[in-house]
Design a protein around this ligand. Structure first.
Ligand SMILES: [Mn+2]
Length: 355
């Protein structure tokens, strides 16, 4: 049995607890998880003993290449998702509450004799734990990010704009084999670094600025994510002090996180260091998020995630301190979580770099 069929079986094992006889899957990442291909314009329908891919003529060959584990329902000429669902015997059909378009929900629920049950996180929970091949793809994506950082240190110069820097980061990742970006590149400077998700603009990088770069790429469909903050020219004492607090928090988390701790406990490993230094209210986001087919998935390091973090999940470790009107610092690595600790996929230098 191939790994996609195995994944489908693991999903089926959850049907009974969810009170469903079938699951309709239309989120691109979740379709990708069961097909191994980018799941655009395709949806899946999984029952206890059948698995269908629903798509049109353009994807005929692709769908047929999956015939080992997926039957193909070709849409077009009066056949569509609705007619497929109508033709099915299952009565209790799960839909992905976070992804089903409202339009489809309205059409589905107009079908008589069926009950549509919104489910949440069934596939996502499976995706939290990565297999060896997935870990390899994420590691490769992360390595492209690290190599790009090495290159970009020699590229940053006062007078260039944030947009120029962001564009170069993206070009360098693609040149190194990335097939795309895992999210819009953040490259911001000076006072703008106090905005955790600031957008690159025509602002020029100036001597004395912090520059924060938060970026990642796609490789084999999987995401990477990393952040570094560097100084261009001599930073002030306050900039150095704040940087070193974030660094201390980040290192403490990297050293002590392991599978089995809850997301709350992991988050506290960094948050407590920042709070003790007096900046607790200036670290307003979570410590980390899962990364995989999506840039933000499970599990999470935050102040609410009270479940144990599973081994072989991949999570970012990214504390920050943000001082409005002045500057911000964030340092982010990406780690495979193991029982014994983490495997850090980002090996770029973390001590303050002054260019
Ligand atoms: Mn991140």
């Amino acid at each position: 049995m191939n790994k996609y069929a195995e994944r489908i079986n693991r999903l089926r094992a959850k049907f009974e607890d969810s009170g469903i006889e079938a699951l309709y899957i239309n989120s691109v990442a979740n379709v990708s998880y069961f097909t191994g291909k980018k799941g655009n314009d395709c949806s899946l329908y999984i029952t206890a003993d059948e698995a269908w891919i629903i798509t049109d003529f353009r994807y005929e060959e692709l769908a047929q290449s999956m015939s080992e584990w997926l039957s193909f329902y070709e849409t077009g000429a009066g056949r569509n998702t609705l007619s497929f669902i109508e033709s099915r015997e299952e009565r209790k059909i799960g839909i992905e509450r976070s992804y089903l378009p409202l339009d489809l929900w309205l059409r589905f629920t107009a079908i008589e004799g069926k009950e549509f049950i919104p489910v949440h996180g069934l596939v996502e929970k499976l995706r939290d734990v990565k297999d060896a091949e997935e870990l390899e793809l994420i590691a490769r994506a992360a390595k492209i990010g690290c190599e790009t950082f090495d290159y970009i240190l020699g590229f940053i110069k006062p007078g260039m704009t944030e947009k120029e820097l962001a564009t170069e980061i993206e070009y360098q990742m693609k040149k190194r084999g990335a097939e795309g970006l895992s999210f819009d590149t953040i490259a911001i400077s000076g006072a703008k670094t106090s905005m955790p998700h600031g957008v690159p603009s025509d602002k020029k990088i100036e001597t004395g600025d912090f520059v924060t770069m938060d970026y990642g790429c796609l490789y084999g469909g999987y995401c990477s994510d990393m952040t570094r903050t560097v100084a261009v020219g001599q930073p002030t004492q306050e900039m150095k002090d704040v940087y070193n607090i974030v660094l201390k928090a980040q290192l403490n988390a990297c050293e002590k996180i392991h599978a089995g701790l809850t997301g709350i406990e992991c988050d506290a490993l960094a948050r407590d260091v920042i709070a003790e230094a007096g900046y607790g209210d200036r670290f307003g986001h979570s410590l980390g998020h899962g990364v995989g087919l999506f840039i933000h998935e499970g599990p999470s390091f935050n102040q609410r995630y009270d479940a144990p973090i599973p081994a072989d999940s991949v999570v970012s470790i990214e504390p920050g301190i943000y001082l409005p009107g002045k500057f911000g610092v964030r340092i982010e690595d990406l780690a495979i979580i193991k029982e014994s600790g983490i495997i850090n996929l980002v090996d770029s230098k973390k001590e303050l770099i002054i260019l």
